[in-house]
Design a protein around this ligand. Sequence first.
Ligand SMILES: NC(=O)c1ccc[n+]([C@@H]2O[C@H](COP(=O)([O-])OP(=O)(O)OC[C@H]3O[C@@H](n4cnc5c(N)ncnc54)[C@H](O)[C@@H]3O)[C@@H](O)[C@H]2O)c1
Ligand SMILES: [Fe+2]
Length: 369
Amino acid sequence: MAVSWKYANPVEVTFGASAVSAIRDKVAGRSYCLLTYNDHPYFDEMVAAISSEAGVPAVVVRDVEPNPSFDGLRIACRSYGTAASPPEVIVAFGGGSVIDTAKVLAAAGGDFARVQAFLEGRADAETLSATPIIAVPTTFGTGSEVTSWATVWDTEIKKKYSLNHESLYPQHAIIDPMTSLGVPRALTLATGLDTLSHALESIWNVNANPVSTNHAVFAAREILDALPKLVEQLDDVDLRTRVARASLFAGLAFSNTKTSLAHSLSYYLTLHHGTVHGIACSFTLSAVMRSVIGQNEACDAALARIFGGDLSKGVEQLEAFLTGLGISTRATDYGVTHENWIAAIDDALDGERGRNFISTRAAVLAAVA
Ligand SMILES: NC(=O)c1ccc[n+]([C@@H]2O[C@H](COP(=O)([O-])OP(=O)(O)OC[C@H]3O[C@@H](n4cnc5c(N)ncnc54)[C@H](O)[C@@H]3O)[C@@H](O)[C@H]2O)c1
Ligand SMILES: [Fe+2]
């Protein structure tokens, strides 16, 4: 870890308040776009509750896909553009897909072509607009409420992009653990594992600093303890609160470091095999951890705070944690051939997130392949 470092995150976080009244306070009479899903009755109820408390939205956009794609985002931008005048703020009520879609709407201002041109390197950041965002997560895992980027996919050419700009940090993050009470087991598991991945990925990361690492250690310890209990007791408010807090801390950690190899590897599986994000970015964690042991003193010290001094045992503990939750740690169980997986590892190490990784190709191949 570098001797000199800096840490910054500009998002104002409100934790534990009722989401609806906190949205009212933060909207504070501004005209707003309300963005949420259209695939669950809970979100119909919440659109009604937010509209009655915070005022009728300038526009309600409900075209949100699980992994936002160019085609879907074009449609969402068109819906956004139907507001009589441009909204002053966007309220994103939902998980990572909703918050990431909000970032695209904030940058596109109703015209997706602007964002597409920026992503494809044909336009610079000055061409983007910057509508403020109030992010209200309803799944606790992605941390998107405290990061300045959004993952978007061009499914036609099977390419993943990261829309990234300082102006995309939400203005406010409102974290009410009660919003996640109805999240089913599989999604609770996937999002909780996404948090664990963010925490560990910010530790084995060339951009790690003492603040990000401290947040990450807390988040990882909490997930290792609370997630297995939560998936057995989905209505436990205390466990929901602990996982929500862990997700926030992991988000604050990787907001400064970005992710690393496990996420870089995940994009291949999501694009080619449809593996959900939280599983795709976490099933390799024990193997990736094996490849970092002994590579970097600060990383070893941080992992020891999570797993204890014997890091080889820690790898076994992490592997047992994953398999105990029903997550196979073998890539071939996700439909990829061994040969394609080796090629995917090389691509992942060369990818933008892979270049944040602290270990070597040889160590990775020995551990992950
Ligand atoms: N920008 C970032 O920093 C960042 C980080 C990690 C992941 N991501 C992105 O986040 C996305 C994944 O987000 P996610 O895992 O939060 O899921 P999601 O937003 O894709 O939602 C998945 C499903 O969960 C349901 N759901 C959400 N909240 C619910 C609730 N309270 N009750 C019942 N159902 C609910 C939705 O209806 C939806 O069908 C991916 O696109 C990923 O790339 C972004
Ligand atoms: Fe993630």
